[in-house]
Write a new protein. Structure first.
Length: 355
């Protein structure tokens, strides 16, 4: 039976998969909810979005996503608190960044109400899929891609916007060892590194596998020109703590303007932690590791929030970071997750209630 919520048409799934899901043992991004939001761009405009059953997508072999890579995405989470209220974290930032990414790849930008009303409606329909267990959340993946066909190298004339969701358990990365990259680049000046474009991640897989083959878990990306400055950690922004100062690189054409990154900077400053946004040279990090002033390194992103780095490799040498009892990483992660899950006050206005 069809319905309308928030001016969004809803086509309900005939059956639910929820009873087959073990919510106490959820892998990240492996189980998908009953419904998804779908919206098509054709005839020069975005059509009305709909909530439909989660399903496979049929595409013509000439669809330009396959040939020219017009594809962008976002990563978000929905949380359910003790009162079963549902919360998002800085969702308008995700919406704005999706359109920034789309513009760079010549994809038509979405209207804000299509994104926000569509997302809220989807979460209301699949409310039961939002886990209640501490540390768990509903991972949200909005994405846009070229569905229009043709082998000619030009932007497509049709696109598809989808929001799919996946209940996920707590994300534990363990002790991560990383390799500072000396040859390959994640992105370049004038490129699309600042956008969440699918191709950015495809280009990371090969160098990352080379690092894994050497016994590391991830790569720390360096600048494309000299490889003298660290920029990102795998698919995350990176922070370095030298003595009691937290340092992260400035955003640029090459570095994603991470929402978790921005939140950590604001939280750290509010906690009285000294923060510097500047270039960080590899030599500075190596020297700090040698003299003992390098206290912490961690990645920051939606999935793990903060992922501590236990050690790094560079030029055939390995450097271990100290094991501290009280870290900036643990303090800031707890502050962010407490705000996200409505366990603490939100003086920044980041939390968004889904009603």
């Amino acid at each position: 039976m069809n319905a309308i919520i928030n001016n969004i048409e809803i086509i309900k799934a005939k059956t639910t998969k929820i009873n087959d899901v073990d919510f106490d043992n959820l892998k990240f991004g492996h189980v998908f909810s009953d419904h998804m939001l779908e919206c098509n761009f054709k005839d020069g405009k975005w059509q009305a979005p709909k909530v439909v059953p989660y399903q496979a997508i049929a595409l013509d072999p000439s669809a330009k996503i396959f040939h020219y890579g017009q594809s962008v995405f976002e990563g978000m989470k929905a949380y359910k608190d003790a009162n079963e209220d549902v919360w998002l974290f800085r969702p308008l930032d995700n919406f704005k960044r999706l359109n920034i990414s789309s513009k760079r790849l010549a994809i038509p930008e979405l209207p804000e109400n299509y994104f926000m009303d569509g997302l809220k409606t989807l979460l209301q329909v699949d409310n039961g899929w939002i886990p209640k267990k501490d540390g768990s959340s509903l991972y949200i993946r909005p994405f846009v891609f070229a569905s229009g066909g043709g082998f000619h190298a030009s932007p497509a004339d049709a696109y598809k916007f989808i929001i799919a969701t996946a209940p996920s358990g707590a994300y534990f990365s363990g002790k991560v060892k990383v390799l500072i990259e000396e040859k390959y680049s994640r992105s370049a000046n004038g490129g699309v590194g600042f956008a969440k474009a699918g191709g950015n991640y495809a280009g990371q897989f090969y160098p990352t596998q080379l690092a894994i083959d050497k016994g590391y878990h991830q790569v720390i990306w360096t600048d494309d020109n000299t490889h003298e400055y660290i920029e990102e950690a795998g698919a995350m922004n990176i922070f370095v703590r030298i003595n009691d100062t937290l340092i992260t690189g400035p955003t640029s054409d090459r570095i994603l303007d991470g929402i978790t990154r921005k939140s950590i900077i604001e939280l750290a400053e509010a906690e009285g932690i000294s923060v510097e946004v500047r270039k960080i040279s590899v030599q500075e990090v190596v020297a700090a590791a040698k003299d003992g002033s390098l206290k912490e390194m961690f990645g920051a992103g939606t999935a793990a929030v903060i992922s501590p780095i236990a050690g790094f490799g560079y030029k055939d040498a390995d450097y271990d970071l100290p094991e501290l009892d009280d870290t900036y990483a643990s303090t800031l992660k707890k502050r962010i997750t407490d705000i996200q899950t409505n366990k603490a006050e939100d003086p920044f206005g980041w939390r968004y209630k889904v009603e």
